[in-house]
Design a protein around this ligand. Structure first.
Ligand code: AMP
Ligand code: MG
Length: 426
């Protein structure tokens, strides 16, 4: 904390860290999906709560990486025609090596005992009588010059070279993406532990918000606005199987109503995202009510634009802690604030090991002269890889311009050079 600063924290990252310290991952659920692919889908993109161990070596034996001939060194000096005496085919045990010939092998098949290399088909001359002609002969080959230079060990995937039995295949805290589902199947996993999805409530406030109107209702009077914040926040939270976000709640600016909504949201959720009512106006009841319900206000106001009045609080109860983010009602502040502050903290609740944001950086084409003594989140549009342009709006109420952005950058106080700056995509 800076002694002369009016703010509890000097930067968004510090404020996020302070809240994160009070967050633990959600409970653990057991999922038993058997061997059916359809039920494997139930864990797709969920967050693994225990490490997955390899049940056997990968590969389980020395296998061929190519179609060709499995041989040992003494086969190579042979001149002239060599008999093929057996085949090693994927899905079958390997034949044994014969003194009188060599073994044809296919990709993935087991390398027979005593062989130390596989010579690719294309480095041999294959003579009539290959397996395709249905005669009893397995064919003959002749070495090319290239074949004789293939060293020992070539084209063999060694038993356990990917992973040995008992070692960690997938660490806890990772999202079960498609390659990880493949690893689960490869190692015979049929049940596992995942974190319960994070329950997130969106609680908007304000008397100016119109209730969802049906087509038959009269046009909206100009003193009413539509609840765009609810849509922006639901959009951020949607399509993550590790987030459970039910319908947004709305409370009018009336302390008893707000208090009841806050209490209800806290009771049933891990995270409560509020918009509006967090500034210094006469109808801004959020800070007071959060204090009344026993939440610990970790910060209120940060050196940030837009969204300076942002509030972060933790409500602790015997059943766990709830994170409460009070975002200013202005649409640009609410949307950027939710993206910047809520998303990493929700990832921490979800049990994601690397929950902290590691944003890519972009350079800004024309940054302009203007500076601010605040961390400045500025809407941008990507124009080529690593390069973005500013999308200049009319302030924190201008959601029309925000809709034209791909994300925003964040510049530290007093900066005015083109970056590269951290980029937060929508
Ligand atoms: P407040 O932070 O409550 O003072 O709200 C600031 C401004 O944000 C209001 O005057 C509204 O114009 C706007 N606003 C508040 N809540 C919403 C919302 N849910 N959706 C869209 N705009 C909102
Ligand atoms: Mg308000």
């Amino acid at each position: 904390m800076n002694a002369v600063s009016p703010f509890a924290f000097d930067s968004p990252d510090q404020a996020i860290q302070a809240l994160a310290q009070q967050i633990t991952a959600t409970d653990i659920e057991n999922v038993d999906f058997g061997s059916s692919l359809a039920s494997l889908r139930s864990v797709h993109r969920r967050i693994l709560a225990e490490p997955i161990l390899a049940d056997r070596d990968s590969p389980a034996a020395d296998v061929s990486a190519m179609d060709g001939y499995a041989i040992c060194k003494s086969d190579l000096p042979l001149d002239g025609v060599i008999e093929v005496t057996g085949e090693s085919i994927p899905g079958s045990p390997p034949p044994s090596r014969s003194e009188t010939g060599i073994i044809r092998i296919f990709t993935g098949a087991i390398v027979p005992e005593g062989c130390d290399r596989v010579i690719q088909r294309e480095h041999t001359e294959e003579l009539a009588g290959t397996s395709a002609d249905h005669s009893n002969s397995m064919g003959q080959i002749r070495w090319t010059e290239r074949a004789r230079s293939i060293p020992s060990g070539s084209n063999i995937r060694r038993q356990g070279e990917n992973l040995t039995a008992g070692s960690v295949a997938i660490p806890a805290g990772l999202e079960l993406t498609s390659p990880r589902l493949a690893a689960l199947t490869n190692f015979g996993v049929q049940r596992l532990k995942v974190h319960r999805p994070v329950r997130v409530a969106v609680l908007t406030t304000g008397d100016e918000l119109a209730s969802a109107s049906s087509e038959n209702e009269p046009p909206l009077p100009p003193w009413k606005i539509r609840n765009s914040n609810a849509s922006a926040l639901v959009g951020l939270l949607a399509n993550q199987p590790w987030i459970d976000c039910v319908s947004p709640i709305h409370a009018v600016d009336e302390p008893s109503v707000l208090r009841a909504s806050v209490l209800q949201a806290i009771e049933h959720h891990d995270v409560v995202l509020m918009t509006g009512g967090v500034s210094m106006g006469d109808y801004d009841y959020v800070p007071r009510i959060l204090q009344e319900v026993g939440a610990e206000i970790v910060f209120h106001k940060l050196p940030l634009r837009p969204g300076k009045p942002i509030l972060g609080a933790i409500h602790s109860s015997p059943t766990g802690s709830t994170l409460i983010l009070g975002l200013p009602g202005n649409p640009v502040s609410a949307t950027m604030g939710a993206r910047r502050f809520a998303m990493p903290l929700i990832r921490k609740f979800a049990g994601i090991r690397d929950w902290a944001e590691r944003p890519p950086h972009v350079t800004i084409q024309e940054i302009g002269e203007k500076t601010l003594p605040l961390h400045w989140m500025r809407g941008v549009r990507m124009i080529q890889p690593g390069v973005a342009e500013l999308v200049l709006g009319k302030g924190s109420g201008d959601l029309a311009t925000l809709a034209l952005t791909d994300g925003f950058i964040e510049m530290p106080p007093d900066a005015n050079h083109p970056g590269p700056w951290p980029y937060f995509a929508w």
